[in-house]
Design a binder for this molecule. Structure first.
Ligand code: DX5
Ligand code: ZN
Length: 218
């Protein structure tokens, strides 16, 4: 199981240090939440911050694009240092083409599904994915509560990936913490995103990463 702390919950006045701390805690990836204020009701960061994160760590940057028209911006994020670019199925008119474009740019391609979006909408692109992201909150903010139905959806997603023989990562994002990470991993998630559970940990973010790993049983 990989842990991908979301820097959305980090202190941006000390971003480089905040990335160093999760690296110290053993995080495998850095999850970067990009929001445009149109696809979701919040505005966060763009390629400039991905570039800053790139210069702060060698860990893979797992960039989650919660934006409209991601085709227009994928190249900028890959050039800024994104290793994995995840687009929302709901934001893509030509999803297969978008995935091709991410691969042509040399990055790994992920697709994210909101809690209300069926797994069936992405069945035909499964063979091309490096990552499938199942949102367990409605996107836009950190610190929300885990939507319990997400665990069953993760199980269905794992079954679909196994059915097509995909080796894509299955990532869960939103409301993950020590109380639910074991059930989430048992349902088939291979990567867990955690923002507030890591950066809000009373003993610091490194302890937050370690606490999630020990609670996962993985
Ligand atoms: C929400 C983001 C998530 C969020 C996770 O739109 O995609 O990555 O930052 O934060 P927590 O773990 O606090 O729910
Ligand atoms: Zn995210």
């Amino acid at each position: 199981m990989k842990i991908a702390p979301s820097i959305l919950s980090a202190d941006f006045a000390r971003l480089s240090d905040e990335i160093g701390v999760i690296e110290e805690g053993g995080a495998e990836w850095v999850h970067v939440d990009v929001m445009d204020g149109h696809f979701v009701p919040n505005i966060t960061i763009g390629p400039l911050i991905v570039d800053a994160a790139r210069r702060s760590t060698n860990l893979p940057l797992d960039v989650h694009l919660m934006i409209k028209n991601p085709d227009h911006y994928v190249e900028a994020f890959v050039k800024a240092g994104a290793d994995i670019v995840t687009v929302h199925q709901e934001a893509c008119t030509h999803l297969h083409r978008t995935i091709q474009k991410i691969h042509e740019l040399g990055a790994k391609a992920g697709v994210a599904l909101n809690p209300g979006t069926s797994l069936e909408t992405i069945r035909d692109v499964l063979p091309y994915l490096d990552l499938l992201l199942v949102m367990s909150v409605n996107p836009g903010f950190g610190g929300q509560s885990y939507i319990e139905a997400s665990t069953a959806k993760l199980g269905r997603a794992r079954a679909m990936l196994d059915e097509v023989g995909s080796d894509a990562e299955l990532e869960v994002d939103g409301g993950v913490g020590v109380s639910n990470v074991e059930e989430i991993v048992n349902a088939g998630a291979s990567v867990v995103v955690a923002g507030s559970a890591v950066y809000g940990h009373p003993d610091g973010a490194a302890a937050g990463v370690r606490a999630i790993r020990s609670a996962s049983g993985a």
